[in-house]
Write a protein that binds this ligand. Structure first.
Ligand SMILES: NC(=O)C1=CN([C@@H]2O[C@H](COP(=O)(O)OP(=O)(O)OC[C@H]3O[C@@H](n4cnc5c(N)ncnc54)[C@H](OP(=O)(O)O)[C@@H]3O)[C@@H](O)[C@H]2O)C=CC1
Ligand SMILES: O=C([O-])C1=[NH+]CCC1
Length: 368
């Protein structure tokens, strides 16, 4: 190491020491600059694996087993079902604490260094925010990130974009493992709010050349028109079509994203192709109101984590085939015998994803 490199290293160590003493605030505009699809997908794949390790299922059900797993080398995680505090008729505050350990971020860091993270996301959902002037996002989030060895708060990270990007990135991982889009595919985005928009961007960026057409549907058509204009600018080679009904949106689609607050199903089983993958993101009354029960019944259904299903996915628990992480680590396989297959990724969102994302943003921030 020459003297210039030595100085740079000392400078960096000093800055790190300073960061260890301070509580950092990482604001939205900074978080946004540090997000990119490959890193987020890598991080979310690690999160899904950490949630599905054998140790994680033990640790999420009993406190004594969590001490048994503490010395293991494999990735594992611990989280409890999130809490919901109603705030009047239109709002709710969710608390989402989680701990993940021994996970790697090889695509981001280029090595197999192990990481751990302890975090709690506080997230609100206020249905009428889009009607404000100027409008606010419906979902607003903040992530408290702790030193996972001492418990000392190390950063407060704006979590609104993280929530959007991590949800779409988890859908990308689910789509990759359950479906893998082929060339000349058609994508349907049902609901073009924050999640619908970020999913469209994610799918087009991460699976380049797969989708030749995107069908967009939104209850308020102007919002779908806006997204069409944005996508036309960014992806002139893709045909973007705004349609009048949610059924029209999905009827010829190979891959579907539903991202609405609809309390009622948006289409039926008979409206779908035989070989189709659905990422079901939105929550109406609960996290499975956008699809009719018969779709869950006649599809392979995968989720992120078994934690919280008894409260949030109760109505479909009997149809769930497993966690995405179980497919990633090879503990479960899709039955390929039929040739044609309907798959559903029922998304819920959870704390481990947010903790791993917040820690990734923190690492990138202190290395700027
Ligand atoms: N799985 C996960 O990890 C996450 C899930 N979510 C869920 O995703 C959904 C979308 O969130 P987000 O995009 O942030 O919210 P937005 O408010 O940005 O978008 C809401 C969308 O739902 C549509 N919508 C609302 N009510 C109905 C209805 N009755 N019928 C049809 N469409 C309806 C809206 O249409 P319009 O424009 O006409 O109002 C809009 O397209 C929510 O349910 C949210 O809870 C959010 C974050 C993470
Ligand atoms: O995981 C999440 O952050 C949320 N899921 C539904 C509303 C917010």
């Amino acid at each position: 190491m020459n003297s210039q490199q030595q100085n740079e290293k000392e400078e960096k160590d000093k800055r790190k020491q300073q960061h260890d003493n301070d509580v950092l605030f990482i604001k939205e505009s900074v978080v946004r600059k540090l997000l990119n699809w490959n890193d987020c997908v890598d991080a979310m794949e690690s999160a899904l694996v950490a949630m599905s390790s054998a140790s994680s299922s033990l640790s999420s059900t009993s406190s004594s087993s969590s001490s048994q797993v503490a010395n293991r080398d494999e990735p594992f995680s611990y989280q409890t079902p999130r809490t919901f505090t109603m705030a009047g008729n239109d709002g709710v505050l969710l608390t989402m604490p989680g701990y993940a350990a021994n996970y790697t971020l090889s695509m981001v860091t280029g090595n197999n260094e192990k990481h751990s993270t302890l975090a709690c996301k506080l997230v609100t959902s206020f249905a009428k925010n889009s009607q404000l002037n100027p409008p606010l996002p419906t979902i607003l989030a903040t992530i408290l990130l702790f030193n996972s060895s001492t418990g000392k708060l190390k950063a407060i990270v704006d979590g609104t974009d993280i929530t959007a990007w991590r949800t779409a990135s988890v859908s990308l991982v689910a789509t990759k493992y359950l479906h893998r889009p082929q060339q000349n595919s058609i994508l349907a985005i049902v609901g073009t709010g924050t999640q619908g928009r970020i999913h469209a961007l994610a799918m087009l960026n991460y699976f380049p050349n797969a989708f030749t057409r995107i069908n967009l549907w939104n209850r308020t058509k102007a919002r779908a028109d806006c997204l069409r204009d944005e996508l036309n600018e960014l992806f002139p080679e893709v045909e973007i079509v705004v349609v009048d009904t949610s059924v029209e949106c999905v009827i010829d689609a190979d891959c579907i994203v539903t991202a609405t607050n609809s309390p009622l199903p948006l289409f039926e089983l008979k409206d779908l192709k035989e070989d189709v993958h659905i990422n079901a993101i939105g929550a109406g009354i609960n996290h499975h109101s956008e699809l009719p029960m018969e779709i869950y019944q006649f599809a392979d259904v995968f989720i992120e984590s078994n934690v919280g299903i008894q409260t949030e996915l109760k109505g479909i628990a009997e149809f769930i085939n497993g966690e995405i992480g179980e497919i990633i680590v090879g503990r479960k396989h899709l039955d390929d015998a039929s040739g044609k297959r309907r798959t559903v990724f029922q998304s819920m969102g959870n704390a481990i994803e947010d903790g791993i994302m917040a820690n990734l943003i923190y690492q990138k921030f202190i290395e700027l």
